[in-house]
Design a protein around this ligand. Structure first.
Ligand code: URA
Length: 211
């Protein structure tokens, strides 16, 4: 665990809401709402060190110098399908962000990830991409998604997930040492079916009620 390069966001509100999400009796409506809220809180932490600059403005009372964001514009990139569940919370906080989508599946014969959908803002080379997927399990999808975004010209990325397994973080760190990983919790391990333990189950199914 100590050799993993990962930022764990331990805010009590996030941890409380995550516990509610883990419970098997939590239904899709509450699960989605909690993921929305956690994604917003995580985005707040991830953006903590965004650069600002001073600008002159005029309030109804007086002229003054005030702060405005000065860094790259943001795009949120959910990995389909479960990543969609993290978009609204982030967009609530960064309403000017554009949204790109990336979809991958694993070829049953070659086991290679295959991209089936990718639609990005034209200027991804100039934006900071927040690549999101609730679960970093084996790391396969996240690794390939980031690889494909790099090939398309992305220069600046952060990967943000709700839950992660040590195996997934390690694999991601090895392939993309330049991309910071943010997560709300590193769980114990992956089981033989590739599920995070104790985890939350299948994130996509729980978000969309397809269990
Ligand atoms: N994907 C999920 O949705 N859940 C897991 O536990 C692992 C991967």
């Amino acid at each position: 665990m100590s050799d993993l390069k990962v930022n764990i966001i331990k805010h009590p509100l996030i941890q409380h809401k995550l516990t509610l999400m883990r419970k098997k009796e939590t239904g899709a409506k509450d699960f989605r709402q909690l993921l929305d809220e956690i994604s917003m809180l995580m985005a707040y932490e991830v953006t903590r060190d965004f650069p600002t600059k001073d600008i002159e403005i005029e309030t109804p009372v007086a002229k003054c110098v005030a702060k405005t964001l000065a860094g790259k514009k943001v795009a949120v990139v959910p990995i389909l399908r479960a990543g969609l569940g993290m978009v609204n919370g982030i967009i609530n906080l960064i309403p000017a962000a554009k949204i790109g989508h990336i979809g991958l599946y694993r070829d049953e014969k070659t086991l290679e990830p295959v991209e089936y959908f990718c639609k990005m803002p034209k200027d991804i080379d100039e934006r900071l991409l927040l690549v999101v997927d609730p679960m970093l399990a084996t790391g396969g999808s996240a690794i390939e998604a980031v690889e494909m975004l790099k090939k398309r010209g992305a220069k600046s990325m952060i990967f943000m997930c709700l839950l992660s397994a040590p195996e997934g973080i390690k694999a991601f760190n090895e392939r993309h040492p330049d991309i910071p990983v943010y997560t709300a919790c590193v769980d114990d391990h992956l089981n033989e079916h590739g599920y995070i333990v104790p985890g939350i189950g299948d994130a996509g199914d729980r978000i969309f009620g397809t269990i």
